[in-house]
Design a protein around this ligand. Sequence first.
Ligand SMILES: [Zn+2]
Length: 389
Amino acid sequence: MINTGYKIRKSPNLTVKQRSNGSVFVKNRINKNSVVFDSNDVIEFLDYFNKSRLFDPSNGNEKYDEDTNELIIKFLDWGFLTVDLELEYTPCPICGSKNTTQFVKKYRKEFDITFTYDKCEECSVVFLNPSPSERALEFFYKYYGYYSKIDDQKKYKYEERITEKSNKIRDEIVSSHIDVSKDTMLLDIGCGSGFFLNHMERKYKCNATGIDVDTRAIKNIKIKNPQINTINGKFLNTEKDNKYDIITMWGYLEHEKRPKEVLEKASALLNNGGVLIIEIPNIDSWTFRITKSKWPYLNPPLHLNHLCESVLKRLNILEDCRDIITFNNSTGSFMLKYSKLQLYLYSIVNFSYRSKEVDFVASVAFLLFSVFDGLFNKDELIIVHQNEK
Ligand SMILES: [Zn+2]
């Protein structure tokens, strides 16, 4: 059998009841998702995974048609099936040091794993260790999805409306550092369903390109705006030929297993005077210090590393630049300035909606903390690196 980096199995937290009329009631006791199915085929389907625990949509032992794949993805979404990701220990992703200490732990019900973030004693980066292997991550984004959730129209429209506010803010940040015109080459890495690119392409008619590993998210862009160039794959394995005036990473770098290589490559793709704009969660914030493992940006196993300003400044690539500008964005100040409350509430739900493990008290507490944070401290960092080659 080919090792694909993951295994699918029936969720251990299921209640399955066959009713007298032939229908079947399935409920996940943890996330409370429940569905009534017309026929009892579903029992056979779930039991199959109970026995074999094997799943490989591309090759290996089992091959399923498109419909079955879709069904597996749905069952994963609902928590009727669960996935075991292959985890591996790594040295520090920034400096390579093995001199690390445990920093914070976070239990995730849907994986039944307590994830650990280590802190590097040499360069102080915080990173998930062990973390999912490359192939496990590839599976996760390709099939389990991240942005691809928004494949139905209603949800897409909602997400588009919600993100329009942050797109405007991002546009303001970009255009305050570089003039954007129809000749501008713009690359957004980890673009998801391309809402930011859409905004920029419509407003400036610029040459916009998006990269994402999520196949369904890329498909969304192709349908909604064919003017945008798309690349479906990992940034480190693609895009070598073009040069860009603007490269953006909105909430992408923390998902990357090799953040240093990503920054080096992105910097090398910049035109003279071009800007690289990075938005990352700021673990060096009050909200983290107070909420610790409840901090929503912690988000294992997807957020693999937490770089802070001092770590980024230590990197050679950013030391060489003419201009490092650090914005201390914060949820709290956004709320006060841009009525970002709705977006923020949505993000809390969104972070944990897969498992529906929204802890209401924690969410409200977090919201209060973030107002406090807006006044005193910042939980999002934006770094602007300008190329002077
Ligand atoms: Zn290090």
